[in-house]
Write a protein that binds this ligand. Structure first.
Ligand SMILES: [Zn+2]
Length: 90
């Protein structure tokens, strides 16, 4: 086992106060699902809630998949993301 975490998570593009009200339907955060059911995937736990309105840049060290997730620093922020497993190219 490597000591490095599987995911490299960086805050980027800080954006100031949220533009829209928070969604009361998600008081405990949102699990972002980007992988289709049944396909190989990687799951990442995000820092939750975010410290402010920002975009998380997430990179999977295992397969190289990268994605950007917007957070607002409040209850309905994303708390995890499931992304397709992308086999590393040689
Ligand atoms: Zn991966």
């Amino acid at each position: 086992m490597s000591a490095k975490p599987q995911f490299d998570i960086k805050p980027t593009m800080r954006r100031g106060p949220p533009e829209c009200p928070s969604n009361p339907a998600y008081p405990e955060g949102v699990d972002v699902q980007q992988a289709a059911p049944g396909v190989p995937s990687c799951r990442v736990d995000l820092p939750y809630p975010a410290p402010e309105r920002l975009v998380w840049r997430v990179r999977c060290r295992r397969c190289g998949y990268t994605l950007a997730i917007t957070a607002a620093g409040r209850a309905d922020d994303p708390r995890s993301a499931t992304v397709p497993y992308r086999r590393k190219l040689q």
